[in-house]
Design a protein around this ligand. Sequence first.
Ligand code: 0X9
Ligand code: ZN
Length: 427
Amino acid sequence: MKVLALLLLAATAVFAKHEAYQGWKSYYIGPAPAEKLKIFNSIYEDYGVDVLSRPLVNREGVVLVKPEQHDNFIHILEELQISYKIHKDDVKKALDQDDEIIERRRMETLARNGGRAFPYDNYQPLEVIYDYVDDIAKRFPDTVTLVEPAKSFEGRPIKYLKISTTNFEDESKPIIFIDAGIHAREWITIPTATWAIHKLTENITEPDLLERFDWIIMPVVNPDGYAFTFTPNNRFWRKTRSTDQHPLSVMFPGVDGNRNFDFFWNTVGISNNPSSDIYAGGAPFSEIETRVVRDALHENLHRIALYITMHSYGSMILYGWGHDGTLSNNALGLHSVGVNMAAAIDRMKLPNFPSYIVGNSALVLNYAAAGAAEDYAHFIGVPLAYTYELPGIGGDAFHLDPRYIAQVSEETWAGLAVGARMAGDLF
Ligand code: 0X9
Ligand code: ZN
């Protein structure tokens, strides 16, 4: 009887977790011609719609819609003659199912790994990721240095690893810089960063990648936001958690880290409303989380050959300039390295995953947005700077089934390896 009561209690806890999404639906939108996408991108915020992946001219996107906006939103889509269909009729139920799948996998992997949880075998809470990072630094003191440059707005450490066979002292080596988790809800990004750490420490199968390069890997740029997505009713949190940017920030916390960099800051594809998911903040680099990335970039700028910031989703490799769709002087290099990274990923991808699209971010997404990390890195002089939009597959709920994490991590590592080697040759 007691056991039954406990089980019932646990089940209620799971089902109460996403209560706020009761009545929400998600829709596939598009594909649609560029002019219609432009209009869509300029109006979706008016309907409180949350875009999880953008519709493209040749690919559908997925958006979340609140119950009170269903009718208005459908009406405007019909008026604009943009095609749509239901993705999840019951978002809360889909999230509950996601939790069950993750929990089931947690039990399986724990049993398989003798009670240990790894950040690349499931979606993991921040503690598991940080324990892993700390442990790697302890176990590989000859090649790994743990850096904790600052605390997040809410006081969590922001951590990155420097991985090097020469303690970062060989000035002739190119540096590869990878970050993930600036957007809190993009959970799949984090295992790709921790898998890269794994491949450079515990499981070296391509020793040239460790010998030839120094690495900076920051697996969770936005630890407050990430931790928040694990709390009830906040699975779709994207921003930081700062409350000091606007008189209304206490009520509507957070800044979009990928609108907060000092590159045409606050000009396009942004909002000045703190309740928006693309709120640019009160000033460029207002967020400690973006300042940490900025400072690591500047400290190592003379040697950084390749910078990749991990996002999801869409299976895309994007480069600047994202604020207006013009190309940089290094567009040829950006495109050719981008295409080679994408080809390496595509060679390994599962047949049910989409192929990668490579190009200028504003052109591929039909959506200009300023203040993004990859643009800033390129602007200050990193020759090759990209946003990866990792894969998602349509039928899934809001993240890939965790059984695909290993696949995505391995194929993404194949892309990174090609990118590093090409960057090294060009550097
Ligand atoms: O909008 C973003 O920040 C990125 N997409 S996401 O769905 N992960 O939010 C795309 C950033 C593309 N880069 C630039 N606009 N420069
Ligand atoms: Zn993102």
